[in-house]
Design a protein around this ligand. Structure first.
Ligand code: SF4
Length: 328
């Protein structure tokens, strides 16, 4: 079996160009994803963590080609996703699915659940008619919903049940990889724990890989083997989730951890940062983007952006405090 990663993201970049300002608007560009490189193994869950607006959801959408990239590469099992023809991209999407924070956004409110779940199977030629309905019943059972859900509409379900339907829809084509974009953050804490347990069970039974996006460190620790921390479009730290959260190397990871000291995902709370808000991504700070909030910032930090450097095997950080010593 190959040791190659299932997913390899290489210096992926996404720039949004927009018009801002009054009374004279000007064109500004925002590097929402700034040269991000990550890998994901088979059966692995990689957490992407950071405050809202850090680029983590955009990263998922560009990797899935729901948004066009502005640079870099994405490979699934070694195959270039960004260069795939429309027909080939449809085939690759069978293997890569997404679960949204708001499952209603992926469900037609006028369509019964049975139709919503059978539709992707029909579109991709996997099953239709009675065979599709049989598969839908099995999917509903797998995500803990009764077969009677088939004939009901999205508004007849609770938020947690709707997320189970969103998960069933993502599973309908039998993917290897799921991008989960804040899948539990809109749910009550007790329901969050149930959905996380369901995802963990599915991951184990189907050997699924996850890119799991969350602002909640408790959730990341519970679900993910590895994690990457993003700040204003850049990855600032990666490593095994437990090590990264127990002994953060980057001052921003440390700030996140101190702002969310909740080890139990069932009691996970929304992160409340106390040491300032992130600056605008429209005009990010020079050098290290984190320097206005960093207690260790120096003139060098304000002038030069640190590179992501491997400090120990599997652990990398982008911070001048951890730059390897240079010898003259
Ligand atoms: Fe702080 Fe400098 Fe490290 Fe940035 S590079 S996190 S400003 S010490």
């Amino acid at each position: 079996m190959s040791d190659a990663p299932l997913l390899a993201i290489d210096r992926l970049t996404k720039v949004f160009v927009t018009r801002r300002g009054f009374p004279i608007p000007r064109t500004v560009s925002v590097r929402a994803v700034d040269s991000v490189s990550l890998t994901l193994g088979r059966g692995e869950a990689l957490g992407i963590v950071g405050e809202s607006g850090c680029g983590k959801s955009t990263l998922a959408r560009v990797a899935l080609r729901l948004l066009p990239p502005d640079g870099g590469g994405v490979r699934l099992d070694g195959e270039d996703v960004l260069a795939a023809s429309p027909a080939r991209l449809r085939q690759l999407r069978v293997r890569m699915q997404i679960v949204f924070q708001d499952p209603a956004s992926a469900l037609d409110p006028r369509q019964r659940i049975g139709c919503s779940l059978a539709e992707p199977m029909r579109v991709h030629g996997i099953a239709r008619g009675a065979a599709a309905i049989t598969r839908v019943r099995a999917l509903l059972d797998e995500v803990g919903l009764p077969a009677t859900a088939l004939d009901r509409f999205p508004h007849e379900f609770s938020g947690g049940q709707r997320q189970r339907i969103g998960i069933a829809r993502a599973l309908a084509l039998g993917p290897d990889l799921i991008f989960a974009d804040e899948p539990v953050s809109a749910l009550d804490v007790s329901v969050q724990a149930q959905i996380l347990a369901l995802l963990a069970d599915l991951k184990a039974r189907r050997n699924l890989s996850f890119v799991f996006i969350s602002h909640d460190l408790g959730v990341i620790r519970y679900f993910c083997q590895r994690a990457a921390v993003m700040y204003l479009g850049r990855v600032v730290e990666t490593g095994p989730a437990d090590a990264l959260l127990d002994t953060p190397l980057h001052p921003y990871t440390d700030l996140l951890r101190r702002s969310s000291p909740v080890p139990d995902p069932a009691a996970a709370i929304a992160m409340q940062l106390q040491e300032g808000e992130p600056p605008s991504p429209i005009n990010p700070p020079s050098g290290c983007h984190f320097h206005p909030r960093c207690p260790h910032a120096t003139d060098h930090c304000r002038a030069v952006a640190p590179s992501l450097v491997e400090i120990t095997p599997g652990r990398s950080v982008a911070c001048h405090l951890h730059a390897p010593a240079t010898h003259t």
